[in-house]
Design a protein around this ligand. Sequence first.
Ligand code: NDP
Length: 250
Amino acid sequence: TSRLSGQTALVTGASRGIGRAIALRLAREGAHVGIHYARNADAAAALAEEIASFAARPFLVGADLAEVSAAQSILAQVEDKIGEGAVLDILVNNAGHQLPEGPEADAETFDALVAVNLRAPFLLTQTLAPKLNDGGRIVNISSGLSRKALPDAMLYGMTKAGLNHLTRSFAKEFGPRGITVNAVLPGIIRTDMSAWVNRPEGAAIAASRSVFNRVGETGDVADIVAFLVSDDARWVTGECIDASGGQFLV
Ligand code: NDP
């Protein structure tokens, strides 16, 4: 299909994992895709090559989202790549990280998690909003842990709960422009972030958490994002949509 043809998308953290799958999926739907990365420029370039084999040449955007200046840098790079007068149709705030943490975590860890998982989506959305087409789409990749109390990942969960709130607030703010803002909340997904899933015993544990008894894959999340950015999802905004295979059903 090419239901996104003529549209331009930017996916943060697209060098690996879920973001990579989202960028691929949007490109397959015909979007001109911006691949954002931080440390893994080679992986981002390899993805650009792969996309260029079947779609219009994607563009690369590099920035460390831990830096306050990242949003302005990304805006400048996007304008440089697509042209200053050109607009974006889709922004996917996917980049995020986890650190060893918990109830005893220090302020540095707190700040490092907030900076990338919460401050960056706020600043990037605020900075790119004027460039976003009316009727556009913003999707934030949150986490099922935003709704589950897990002390060893409490700061991570707090940043994602904040992202859910950001989603609802921006949905109201941008509604008059026809822009929808939604969050997708994955459960355990097989990526570098959940690398333990690749061990046989890890796979069994991860599979048993889902009511479907299999491990969640990046495509499971990318397909939901593809729906949210499509015209079919025009009447849903401010929602936090589970993408966990029923992991959090009680
Ligand atoms: P990965 O660790 O596989 O990939 C993370 C991506 O984010 C990479 O592209 C990385 O870029 C980018 N990134 C990380 N830190 C920064 C930074 N400081 N600045 C800019 N970019 C950064 O993660 P996943 O694909 O698993 O996760 C994607 C999103 O999904 C995250 O928001 C995560 O919290 C969320 N999520 C993941 C789950 C899972 O089980 N995997 C479950 C629930 C939510 P680079 O490699 O170039 O440095």
